[in-house]
Each structure stands twice: as C-alpha cells, then as structure tokens.
Design a binder for this molecule. Structure first.
Ligand code: NDP
Length: 392
C-alpha cells in the first residue's frame, strides 16, 4: 500500500487522480495539491473515493517540504508544469520521497528543455536512497517504453526511430491547445531538431514535413518534425540508434493562427510593458485561450501515438510499428477529460504504481527505457491504453 501526493490539478492531474482511485490495492491514501485549491476540490468531488486536497505553491520548496512532512507520501506524481520539476525534486530530497513526472525541466524565462538539469540530481537521489522516474506520460513515457519493448522482443539492434504523434480530434475552436497552452506553444515554436549519425541537426520550426498514413480509419495526415525530449534520453540509453526523429500533426487552422500570433509577438516569453506593468505576452495569450480542461466535453475523434522503428533481427532488416489509439469521447465519459490529458495521466499513474510496488526500483534518477518494459506494457492494456504492434 502506498500514499501518493499528486501535484497539479489541471487536465492531466484530473486523470492521474481518477486513475489512482481505480487502484485502491496500491494507492490507499491520495492527496491532490495545486496552486488553486478550488480546482483540487472540484476534481475530488467527482471521485469514487474520498481523497485529501491541499493548496501548495510548487515553486516554494519549504512549503512543498512541509506538505510532504505533513501528508507523508511515499511518492509525488508531479503533473503541474515543467518549471516546477527542480523545486519538487529538491523537496523530495528534503523529505525522502520518490518522484515521478511527465515533462523535463524547462526554465520559465528560456524556451529550452533538456534532461541534464534533472540527470544532475542522480547522485543526490542515490545517496538519499530515493528514486526519480522521469517522463512517465505518453510522449515522453509510453513512447520510451515502446522502444524498450521493441528492443527486448523484436530487434537485436534498433537503427531508426520515428515517434509519430497524431491528434485527429476536433474541439470546434478555431485555435486551442490540448494541454497547457504556454508549454504547448513554447514547444511547437522552437527550432526543430533530430539525431542522425551521432549528431544533432537543427531545422527551422516546422521546416520538415511529410504525410503519414495513420491506421484504423484515421488516414493520411501531414506530420511536422519537432524536437521532443525523449529523443535525448533514447539516444543516450540505446546508443546503437543512427537516426531518431519526432513528428506531430497540426490542423491547418492551428498553424494559420500560430503563424499570425507569432508574427504579432503574442508568443514572446520576454516581459513587455503594458499600461505601466510588465506582462509576458504568451502568459496573457494563455489567459485568453480555452482552458485545456474545458475541451473534454466538446472534443471528438481519436489520437494515435506510436513509434515506427527500423533495425535488424538475426541479421535481417526489419520495420516495426507500435501504436495506441485513444478516443476523446470515451476518455471524457470515463474521467471527464479529453484524450491528450488521458494519454498522459494514465502512464503517470502506471509509472507511480510500478515504483510503489517496487517492480521498477532503484536509487537515483531514471528514464523509462531503463526498466523492463513488460509490466508497463501489460498495465497499459489493463488501465485503458491498449496498444497494437505490426511488422511492416
Ligand atoms: P494544466 O495547465 O491544465 O495544469 C497544470 C496545473 O498545475 C494547473 O492546475 C496549475 O494550477 C498547476 N500549477 C501550475 N503552477 C503551479 C505551481 N507553481 N504550484 C502548484 N500548482 C501549479 O496542464 P496539463 O494538465 O495539460 O499538463 C500538466 C503537465 O503534463 C505539464 O507539465 C505538461 O507539460 C505535461 N504533459 C506531458 C505530456 C506527455 O505525454 N509526457 C503530454 C501533455 C502534457 P493553476 O490552475 O492554479 O494555475
């Protein structure tokens, strides 16, 4: 039995909390804490079990540590924002609590994310005898586990990985993001980057695109090359990889609006003066856009996220595709959130569950692909994210 402190009461936090409630044999005590306590209380009111709620500023390490010492969790599942990663890791070190997150650290004033900041905590976590599991969402998260599964069961060597993320859902708004708008827009307006023959190659944002034929009736969609954090850990832990790329679909309407917003400066993250006070244009834009949590009831259609992998098995070349399809409306019916929150929140719960059960264990800081993928793959089928694999 484990007690879990979930930090962040957004779309993903709602799903993690619902899913932890569905596994009472593992999570006997649950506390949902966030900056705005009313959001925690709203989620708690719709749960099948009673949980604790708390107000916390996750940028304030003493406040976080005090909450951990009061609630005494075995682990934190952090689904607030990437800006809080290091503060929450500091508090976990202070209180001796395991840590799970879904997005790597990003400084608030610089649109740059990388694992090194968190990898640098390895020795301190090891010395404290606690564990950090990084990136236990879908991408990163399930995509890393898909690669470890492919390596374990289908390949002697993996040479090429294309992670392909499609949201074929429609929320009816001309422009909205399916997860935190600030984090989403920072990610997609950044320069593209992929790994080839031992080197990182940079591109202009959205410079490289092609079409991909998605399975199960989704059909052909245009996909755009982006830099994504799991590429960094995958090329570290699977050093035989020759090329690793990440692709995402965007609707024409999304791209048209994004271009205009960028051109007029609304995606800037540096402060500008407005009526005598400093504002960050992207944060102001976030305040205008629909809250991703509000898209649940109106989003229809499916997501399809998977990995197309090439390599060799028994000296023969092989191409393999593994993916999950998730239906926005089915997710909403189950937990009151759309599929982008669902596909992130379910793996966060599974990662937490495997750490709580010590099925995935160790002292230090780890990425998903460093563990045996089998129990995670089995749990995906059991907790709502079934996967399909094909040799092509
Ligand atoms: P939301 O913006 O909906 O929710 C974030 C929540 O965190 C909000 O409730 C917010 O509170 C709270 N929060 C923000 N800052 C603080 C703080 N300083 N202290 C306490 N609480 C805080 O985001 P999502 O739920 O859509 O996303 C959550 C996380 O999941 C993000 O880090 C995102 O990058 C990650 N993600 C990962 C994916 C993956 O596949 N790996 C995919 C999608 C998302 P308030 O409302 O009061 O501001």
């Amino acid at each position: 039995m484990a007690s879990v402190l979930i930090i962040g009461a957004g779309g993903v936090g709602r799903v993690v909390t619902h899913k932890c409630c569905q596994v009472p044999e593992v999570f006997d005590r649950i506390c949902l804490a966030s900056r705005t306590i009313e959001k925690c209380e709203r989620i708690a009111a719709g749960l099948p079990r009673k949980i604790d709620t708390a107000q916390v500023d996750a940028d304030n390490v003493p406040e976080l540590t005090a909450l951990m010492k009061r609630f005494k969790p075995d682990m934190v599942i952090h689904v607030a924002l990437p800006y809080q990663d290091l503060h929450i890791m500091d508090a976990c070190l202070e209180a001796g609590v395991d840590y799970v997150d879904t997005a790597n650290y990003e400084p608030e004033d610089e649109a740059r994310f990388c694992y090194q900041w968190q990898w640098d905590y390895h020795e301190r976590f090891k010395a404290r005898g606690i564990m950090a599991l990084l990136g236990s969402g879908f991408d990163p998260g399930v995509t890393n586990v898909f690669c470890a599964w492919a390596k374990k069961n289908h390949f002697d060597e993996i040479h090429e990985i294309d992670i392909i993320d499609c949201n074929a859902g429609d929320h009816g708004h001309p422009f909205a993001t399916n997860f935190n708008p600030e984090i989403n827009i920072r990610e997609v307006t950044a320069r593209g980057r992929y790994f080839e023959n031992g080197k990182w190659i940079e591109t202009e944002p959205m410079e490289i695109s092609k079409t991909f034929d998605f399975p199960e009736g989704i059909g052909e969609k245009k996909i755009y090359l982006l830099y994504h954090e799991e590429l960094e850990s995958l090329v570290k832990h699977l050093p035989e990889i020759r090329r690793a790329r990440f692709w995402m679909t965007f609707s024409d309407s999304y791209l048209k609006h994004l271009e205009v917003l960028q051109n007029v400066g609304m995606t800037r993250i540096d402060p500008v003066m407005y009526q005598g006070r400093e504002i960050i244009p992207l944060q102001f834009l976030k305040a205008l856009l629909p809250d991703p949590a509000s898209l649940g009831p109106v989003t229809r259609g499916k997501t399809c996220i998977g990995c197309l992998i090439k390599g060799v098995k028994n000296q023969a070349e092989k191409t393999y595709y593994i993916y999950n399809i998730c239906d926005h409306q089915e997710c909403y019916q189950e937990v009151g959130a759309q599929a982008v929150s669902y596909t992130t929140g379910v793996p966060a719960m599974i990662g937490g569950m495997l750490v709580a059960q010590k099925i995935w264990s160790g002292a230090g800081v780890f990425n998903m692909e460093q563990f045996d993928p089998a129990p995670f793959m089995e749990a995906l089928n059991r907790y709502g994210l079934p996967w399909t694999e094909k040799i092509i």
